[in-house]
Ligand binder design. Structure first.
Ligand SMILES: [Fe+2]
Ligand SMILES: [Fe+2]
Length: 192
């Protein structure tokens, strides 16, 4: 069940970016520090590209689809999570818009941006927690060895080039870029 490990790893990277973003925003709010729009922009781009375009589609197409077929009692839970994937895509647009307004409009737009960051992070944490605490145990119980082969192949990047290992390498690079841009203690970028 390579996929379970890959999903958890992808969740950890997403959580790291969400934590980093919350940290920077809190710092701006508390110390009045100047925002670094390069870092904030890279973080929001990552959240749009990785969970929304890379991670969730693999869950929907493989893990959720097979669990839905094998264990119909999980359908309400899977419906809810698939709906959250849809809502997440809308929320990321709100976040991008809030960042653009903050960048153009200045400090008066900061509270709305902060609220959008807080809301997105909270939403996404709850979502990942539900997947790890509720979906994974059901998947481990009800999916067959053949199901896991298909799911593992998809998550390891052998099934769909758009969701495959090359895309994964590109997203790892994006993650490294964020780490290199972000100031300590969340990254390795220049201290401010
Ligand atoms: Fe998900
Ligand atoms: Fe997930």
């Amino acid at each position: 069940m390579k996929a379970i490990r890959i999903i958890r790893d992808e969740h950890r990277s997403i959580a790291a970016v969400l934590h980093g973003m919350l940290y920077l925003v809190r710092e701006i709010g508390e110390s009045g520090r100047k925002p670094d729009f390069n870092v904030l922009g890279a973080m929001i781009y990552y959240i749009d590209a990785v969970p929304e375009r890379f991670h969730h589609p693999k869950e929907d197409k493989y893990l959720f689809a097979l669990l839905r077929a094998r264990y119909p009692a999980a359908r309400p839970l899977l419906d809810r999570l698939a709906e959250e994937h849809r809502i997440g895509a809308e929320k990321i647009r709100t976040l991008e818009q809030a960042l653009a307004r903050y960048q153009q409009g200045g400090a008066s737009e900061f509270p709305a941006f902060k609220a959008a960051v807080d809301a997105y992070a909270e939403f996404h944490w709850q979502h990942m927690r539900r997947e790890e605490d509720e979906v994974m145990p059901l998947a481990e119980e009800h999916l067959t060895a053949g199901d896991w082969e298909a799911i593992d192949a998809a998550f390891a990047g052998h099934t769909d080039p758009l969701l495959g290992s090359e895309a994964g390498v590109e997203y790892d690079r994006l993650f490294s870029r964020i780490v290199n841009l972000a100031p300590p203690p969340i990254g390795l970028g220049p201290p401010r």
